[in-house]
Design a protein around this ligand. Structure first.
Ligand code: PLP
Length: 464
């Protein structure tokens, strides 16, 4: 497609302005591209038909945007030579100045990018109460440099919670407190590499930040196949470890199939390979009982990894892992000689867990997210019958399967609604053999309650 929008190389998301429709969004983006010099004078633009097809828009929308910019003097349209950027692309003296659109202050762009819970719903009052109690009762030596494993109060609270809620076999002595999952994975990657490990199997779909982190440690990643039953662990062979999201595949949203749970545990027992179990949002399951942790099946082979990033807030930078005995000393040593996680937040989280405030918060959050999930499913089914909502039994995101070939244009159309959105291709391992699927990964937990309906509406407008 010689005349495609992609060939123009324009970033349409540069200066999103006001809350506008598709035509206005396209007009603004084109005007910005001309004004900013990214579209040079004389550049020929794609025909309205070609651009409309490329962007998944109605032809009229593009034609109207072009006509508006011709009237403003940014573009010229001549029979036979198409639409071009005006040679002196400045507005004619008589034309009204192009409106400069500013978002009202305090109204940031909307986001349905997964990964962040509703930060406005952080339980501030309960957290403050826990912080006050924790500090009031902490022994003075708690304020020293501390044990690199983390505060004993938090390790005991986490062990109790994980055993009760996630079925993890957790001895507080085998719990290590970390600054979130990413920190834990970095530590484990260093330990594995120091032991001579070379390769870690990962899922075909996942976060590139984590594969990058493994690569930075000198490890190679190989993607496991993904099919209609989810990640396939049966081809595991000579890899040293595997990184999995068994309870809720990120981002596809499926639970690891029972046969494949058994297969990965067999592989680990047979080969001595290590399973890194990323249980990032195990608390949020809606339609049936939570899927128990894999760790319980092979505690000597599994490192269980959890985080407060979804259940509370990523800014806390608090996570935990439960280590097999053989890996414990090396991982603690890699964390360092002193604790690198702030003691006051650790004590507060310990108090939050043991007082029952964490359970209460998770229960309330689960209800709110469930309502959003149901609203999303209903709105998409009603307004975009060609789009299928999947992966919604758990978590804070859904996968919306799109008609083939439409993912990129839907993400762009969302950008014009000032809605940040990720397509599934963003999460696909570059070496994945799985055929690419057109889909959106919609983080319905992300917007604050006050902007949820607006975000959902913008999403529906962008859908084909
Ligand atoms: C798959 C997955 N694992 C883990 C995490 C949590 O990472 P962290 O604890 O470093 O915030 C996230 C957060 O987005 C995630 O999506």
């Amino acid at each position: 497609m010689a005349e495609s929008w992609a060939n123009l190389g324009i970033d349409l998301h540069l200066e999103p302005a006001g809350s506008t429709g598709l035509r206005q969004g396209l007009t603004d983006a084109l005007r910005d591209a001309v004004r900013g010099g990214r579209l040079a004078p004389g550049t020929r633009l794609p025909s309205s038909r070609a651009l409309a097809a490329d962007l998944g828009l109605a032809r009229n929308t593009v034609a109207e945007a072009y006509a508006g910019l011709v009237a403003e003097g940014w573009l010229t349209a001549r029979q036979g030579s198409g639409t071009r950027v005006a040679e002196r692309a400045t507005p004619p003296a008589t034309a009204p100045a192009a409106p400069v659109r500013h978002r009202p202050p305090g109204r940031p762009a909307l986001s349905l990018v997964p990964g962040t819970p509703d930060l406005a719903a952080f339980p501030r009052t309960a957290w403050l109460q826990a912080a006050r109690r924790a500090l009031a009762t902490a022994p003075f030596d708690a304020l020293g440099y501390g044990d690199p494993r983390g505060r004993p109060e938090l390790r005991a609270a986490v062990a109790g919670y994980l055993a009760r809620v996630r079925g993890v076999r957790a001895d507080p002595d085998r719990v290590l407190i970390t600054a979130g999952f990413s920190h834990a994975l970095r530590l484990l990657a260093a330990v594995l590499r120091a032991r001579g490990a070379r390769t870690v199997a990962v899922e075909s779909y996942g976060l590139d930040a984590y594969t990058a982190l493994l690569h930075e440690a000198g490890l190679t990643t190989t993607p496991l196949p993904y099919d209609e039953l989810g990640t396939d662990t049966r081809p595991l062979g000579s890899e040293d470890a595997v990184l999995l999201t068994p309870a809720h595949q990120f981002p596809m949203g499926t639970a690891l199939h029972p046969d494949r749970r058994a297969a990965v545990v067999d592989w680990a027992r047979r080969t001595g390979g290590l399973i890194l179990e990323d249980d990032y949002d195990g608390e949020f399951r809606y339609d049936r009982r939570p899927v128990g942790a894999l760790q319980d099946l092979a505690p000597d082979q599994v490192v269980y990894l959890g985080t407060a990033s979804k259940s509370l807030a990523p800014g806390l930078r608090l996570g935990w892992m439960v280590l097999p005995p053989a890996l414990h000393a090396a991982t603690v040593a890699t964390k360092g000689r002193i604790d690198t996680c702030g003691v006051l937040d650790q004590l507060t989280l310990a108090e939050f867990l043991t007082s029952g405030a964490y359970d209460r918060h998770v229960r309330a959050a689960r209800l709110r997210y469930r309502r959003r999930r149901d609203a999303l499913a209903t709105a998409v089914t009603d307004r975009a019958p060609g789009v299928h909502v999947t992966g919604i039994a758990a978590g804070l995101h859904a996968v919306l399967r799109l008609p083939p070939g439409t993912e990129r244009s839907v993400v762009q159309a969302a950008g014009w609604q000032h809605l940040a959105l990720h397509g599934l291709s963003f999460y696909r391992h570059p070496a994945a053999a799985t055929a690419p699927l057109d889909a959106l990964v919609v983080g319905y937990g992300t917007p604050p309650e006050s902007r949820w309906t607006e975000a959902l509406e913008a999403l529906c407008r962008a859908l084909p």
